[in-house]
Design a protein around this ligand. Structure first.
Ligand code: COA
Length: 128
């Protein structure tokens, strides 16, 4: 996994949240079209979760992307039908942050079999 992050970090826009002088989380976004982007990676240091740092990071990232003409943002995560408990927090975070699940894709190209993908989107401004 770290290899993937390094690759993405070299070619995508990245943000970090700093807390008590150390990096507590990061996020990467990939532009998919002039007005569309995907959050490709995001994580907060486990002991520092649930303190609002993810929200701080997300709000800054979405603000910057919106200022750079992005209107719609996507994120893919593990669908609830997987029954995998650790991702309940992840989906709760996206849903609490205003993301709407618009699809479930299984198998998603590039993802290992047995990992149903939940496709979430959020509007940063009206598109019509
Ligand atoms: C998803 C993640 C980035 C959230 O970061 P965070 O700093 O903990 O998020 P916040 O503290 O800003 O949480 C904001 C809200 O999300 C929801 N939420 C976050 N974690 C939750 C949990 N474990 N259970 C239920 N709701 C949760 C809550 O509504 C929370 O608000 P509240 O604490 O006032 O109730 C973090 O859990 C993480 O790194 N997870 C592992 C990696 C991951 O799943 N990345 C995303 C891949 S798509």
């Amino acid at each position: 996994m770290p290899g993937h992050v390094e690759h993405a970090a070299a070619s995508q826009d990245g943000w970090v949240v700093v807390d008590a002088g150390t990096v507590a989380g990061f996020a990467l976004a990939e532009r998919k079209s002039p007005a569309g982007a995907e959050i490709s990676w995001m994580a907060v240091d486990r002991p520092r979760r649930r303190l609002g740092l993810g929200t701080l990071l997300l709000n800054r990232m979405l603000g910057d992307l919106s200022a750079d003409a992005v209107s719609v943002i996507e994120v893919k995560t593990l669908d609830r039908s997987s029954g995998y408990e650790p991702y309940e927090a992840t989906r709760a975070f996206w849903e609490r942050s205003g993301f709407v699940q618009v699809d479930t894709i299984d198998p998603l190209p590039g993802w290992p079999a047995g990992n149903p993908a939940a496709i979430y989107v959020a509007a940063l401004r009206p598109t019509r």
